[in-house]
Design a protein around this ligand. Structure first.
Ligand code: I3S
Length: 151
């Protein structure tokens, strides 16, 4: 059977394409390596996939993404309201319980950057060229982290 990553699609708070880099692992600083990632916020977790789900309407992807290994940077112009690819394996995921969320502008020259630090000391930067999109992620992540703080 295929691995069931998301049992309940209603738990998906937000998903979309963001530029992501991990900057620390267990408190140890890492060298940045920005890459586009399909990010799903669901339940207690932020889950990273290498590829967007096949169900995502292809028209939302910028030219160059589809079949895209040609070095075009992939930028979604719209965030589709769909979850991670059922059955596809996430590249990584983090538990947001107790996580700290902040603007990442001091940590990158890029615009619209969020910084997440988890309790075990894993740190990520999330970035979108679309300010409204990054703001929406900020709100969604803050809401989930605040909910987890109250639990
Ligand atoms: O914060 P840093 O270390 O200046 O980040 C930049 C570097 O990681 C750079 O790569 P190398 O110096 O490892 O070759 C990346 O290409 C940049 O994208 C990083 O900075 P930004 O400002 O894009 O996060």
């Amino acid at each position: 059977p295929l691995p069931q990553v998301l049992d309940d699609p209603h738990e998906v708070e937000k998903s979309g394409l963001l530029n992501v880099t991990k900057i620390a692992q267990g408190g140890r600083k890492l060298r940045k390596n920005w890459s586009p990632s399909w990010v799903v916020l669901a339940g207690n977790s932020l889950v990273f996939y290498r590829e967007p789900p096949p169900a995502a309407p292809s028209s939302i992807w910028a030219p160059g993404w589809e079949g895209g290994n040609e070095g075009n940077s992939a930028v979604a112009s719209v965030s589709p309201d769909c979850q991670g690819p059922a059955g596809s394996r996430p590249e990584s995921s983090v538990d947001l319980r107790g996580a700290a969320l902040a603007q990442g502008r001091r940590l990158s020259s890029r615009r619209n950057v969020l910084h997440i630090r988890t309790v075990p000391g894993h740190e990520f930067l999330l970035q979108s060229d679309q300010e409204t999109e990054l703001r929406a992620w900020h709100r969604a992540l803050r809401a989930v982290i605040e909910r987890l703080d109250r639990e």
